[in-house]
Ligand binder design. Sequence first.
Ligand SMILES: Cc1cc2nc3c(=O)[nH]c(=O)nc-3n(C[C@H](O)[C@H](O)[C@H](O)COP(=O)(O)OP(=O)(O)OC[C@H]3O[C@@H](n4cnc5c(N)ncnc54)[C@H](O)[C@@H]3O)c2cc1C
Length: 457
Amino acid sequence: MVVILGAGLAGLSAAYHLSDRDYVLIERESEVGGLCRSQRHDGFVFDFTGHLLHLRDPSIRDWVLKLLPDGYRQLHRSAWIHSHDTLTPYPFQANTAGLPLEVRLECLLGFIAAMSHQTAERQGIPEPQPLIDGLPFMTVCPPPQAGEPNFLDWIMSTFGEGFAKHFFIPYNEKLWRRKLSAVTGDWVSWSIPRPELADVLRGAITRSGKVYGYNPQFLYPAAGGIDHLPRSLAAHIPENSMRLECAAVEISAAKRRVTLANGETLTGEFILSSLPLTVLAKITTDMPYDLKAAAADLDHVSIRAVNLGVRGEPVHADAQWVYFPEASAPFHRIGLPTALTPTMAPSGHHSLVAEISFRPEDDPGPEASLEQTVSSLLRCGFLRSRDDIVTSKVVDIPLAYVVFDKRRREVLPELMRWFVQNGIVPMGRYGTWDYLAMEDSLRHGREVAAWIGSQTV
Ligand SMILES: Cc1cc2nc3c(=O)[nH]c(=O)nc-3n(C[C@H](O)[C@H](O)[C@H](O)COP(=O)(O)OP(=O)(O)OC[C@H]3O[C@@H](n4cnc5c(N)ncnc54)[C@H](O)[C@@H]3O)c2cc1C
């Protein structure tokens, strides 16, 4: 038997692809989906902040489209940045035309200076390396070498001082809640568009309308709620192969045995785990002490989603999400779910979701976050009046973004290898302690299932 821990997208995908094996899928919550769930509240649909489907792998795309029973909407990105009391299109570095002249000048001069000083620094970030034969998704960069550029170095050498000052540093410090020199340079630089000088110049003079980046188009379930995807996956899993409200509390690697919160034990030839790697290490009783201690060093930030149901039409009709780099707003991003599909709110209403990143030691508390969010939305014009708010729901995602720091690259390879050698395969966003999209978690489940098929037991 294969024991699969966690019924988020990675666990569901593994179960789906293991259909000819004996398996059991174990989930702590009363419903499947993990982060890819939706909550229905007073007629509004609130996801765990915006969950948009960017599907690059054609085989995953075909599969997901078949899974969305009530269809999907194909959307063109409408993302914006709120800066200097104005809205400018995403990405900031190619769209400064609406900003004050001195800001544009600082950005342009800084960009040109960075271009002329570009050194080996820009090339000095290593590529992630595969860790285990047959598990291509399990990759990590080698431990940082002296002189390797950190995330701040990368920003400065790629975009220059002006863009760093007006967007990249304040935005990313809000998200990561630390100095960017403590974040390693391998932090998803692929996802940050790097326009040519001509585009930066054009964007400082006029709105060109040119699209950049990895997500200019995406999909979203037409019926409203990203949970349509995990629910549809779960429909392929026999009832007796899935256990909900059943947390794994202890694992013996030597015995390949999982103990559940109700005291029951399950033994498998393999254990697949999408539990956070930190949790997996904590509950694995026979793991070497130094590895357990190393796992405890892995760092993350939490996200508080402040969801508001609002009477009337949205102030900015087509905006899907907006970045807020400036310190005056407590959130780094807001989403406008009804721009994805109108079914996210009752007729004549819309909704807003503000994302606030925090570390436990600087948590302002849910009530303060709600009040600060409402005041800030009124100030920047995204809310017309406090009286228009018909409902609110504050939801915390305790483990939202894993932090890419030096320690992560030092400890991940040893941790991953130890688990796989002991028959426990970590997978998914938090299982592999990575920055992953839904597509990646689906792919992990599929690849782990194929790997199991290739093992002689
Ligand atoms: C703020 C935010 C926004 C995002 N936006 C997007 C987006 O726009 N597009 C996109 O593609 N991706 C997005 N993502 C990423 C996406 O949510 C994840 O990649 C994906 O949902 C992760 O699936 P998973 O199965 O790997 O992990 P999870 O969803 O975390 O699943 C793990 C499961 O394990 C269960 N579990 C935990 N502990 C136990 C235990 N002890 N016993 C049993 N079960 C347990 C959990 O309840 C959960 O169901 C976003 C993520 C965040 C945080």
